[in-house]
Design a protein around this ligand. Structure first.
Ligand code: NAP
Length: 327
């Protein structure tokens, strides 16, 4: 595993991290014993960055992290989020008092005295623009409840709004072979400000593994079933905003570009790591095999310039116009 500077700090984070939404809810059932194996394997393979949120399984993801991850290592970063608990979008989620009580609840569930990093969890754009939410985060930082704060955002416009905020440590964005806009809109600016970039949906909800076919049936409690067309939250969070059948068709087409010596998953993750603006990628491994495969991508050499050009053209010519929702 290779490590990168954590934004403006010299602390080193593993370039492959672990997203843990699937340990909470919304990806079918993940048994507690599987969650334990996933977390143990991640540490074994050198991962030291874990992304969670208070709302993932109403605290289940955070609680499992406390139970199974914390005893394994102190030298880790646990990034959580707030702003969508108990229900996304409710105005009651947005006041200094609610931020304080939700932060204290996360601290309790994670067994911490201070959060390593807390992120606004895809909150309404107008709240990012008006900026008061950031004052509340700075207050919590002064109070010693959080060490760093950042924002998980849905669009590049939102990323640029947040980037102007004093003290913003990190941005979490959707970025993958199917969704390349950040290269031109965000990367240089984030680098200038030394803001850490945390990359979610690296596999476009699994499409970029190349193993999903149109006859795959997702369980009812999997967002790839219930949010396929954005029925419950931002459509971009599911299959990267692509209509499912189109996404499968594009992943089939992409297979022709995968170098012989790697899997499509590895190509997709390696492509992201080849951008030096990226701090950490957080694929949501659901079992030990996936966590191992994802971790090992850190040690693969960069993709060739020719392949980068082909993937850029593929995005521009075949993918871009099919993306739905905020972008
Ligand atoms: N708003 C937000 O802030 C937000 C939103 C979404 C996600 N996130 C964060 O990002 C993390 C990652 O989730 P994501 O939505 O970005 O999904 P993703 O990583 O693009 O896809 C995850 C899915 O891909 C499949 N997969 C993972 N590794 C694989 C491998 N090696 N081979 C084949 N398939 C593999 C698994 O699905 P199957 O095996 O079931 O097909 C897994 O559930 C989340 O856990 C969360 O921490 C944050």
């Amino acid at each position: 595993m290779r490590y990168r500077n954590f934004g403006s700090e010299s602390f080193n984070v593993s370039e492959i991290g672990l997203g843990t939404w699937q340990l909470g809810a919304d990806w079918g059932n993940v048994e507690e014993s599987t969650a334990q194996e996933v977390l143990e394997t991640a540490v074994e393979y050198g991962i030291n960055f874990f992304d969670t949120a208070d709302v993932y399984g109403a605290g289940r993801s955070e609680s499992l992290i406390k139970k199974y991850l914390k005893p394994l290592s102190d030298d880790i970063i646990i990034a959580t989020k707030l702003g969508r608990f108990p229900e996304p979008g409710g105005l009651e989620n947005f006041s200094l008092e609610t931020f304080r009580s939700h932060t204290e609840a996360s601290l309790n569930r994670l067994g911490l005295e201070r959060l390593d990093l807390t992120q606004l969890h895809c909150i309404p754009t107008e709240l990012m623009t008006s900026g008061e939410v950031f004052d509340w985060l700075r207050t919590l930082q002064k109070e010693g409840k959080i060490r760093r704060f950042g924002a998980s955002v849905e669009s590049m416009d939102e990323a640029l709004i947040c980037l102007e905020q004093e003290g913003l440590f990190s941005l979490q964005i959707i970025f993958n072979v199917f969704r390349q806009k950040a290269i031109e809109t965000l990367f240089e600016k984030a680098k200038e400000k030394k803001v850490a970039l945390i990359i979610r949906l690296p596999l476009a909800s699994g499409l970029l593994s190349g193993k999903i076919s149109t006859d795959r049936i997702f369980p009812e409690n999997d967002h790839r079933n219930f949010n396929r067309d954005g029925q419950c939250f931002n459509v971009g969070e599911t299959f990267s905003g692509l209509p499912f059948e189109k996404g499968v068709e594009l992943s089939e087409k992409l297979k022709g570009l995968v170098p012989q010596e790697m899997t499509m998953t590895q190509m997709a993750l390696r492509w992201i790591l080849d951008f030096d603006a990226v701090t950490v990628v957080i694929p949501g491994g659901k079992n030990t095999q996936q966590v191992m495969e994802n971790s090992l991508v850190s040690d693969i050499t960069n993709l060739t310039e020719t392949l980068h050009n082909k993937l850029s053209n593929f995005y521009k010519n075949d993918v871009k116009t099919n993306i739905r929702g905020k972008y």
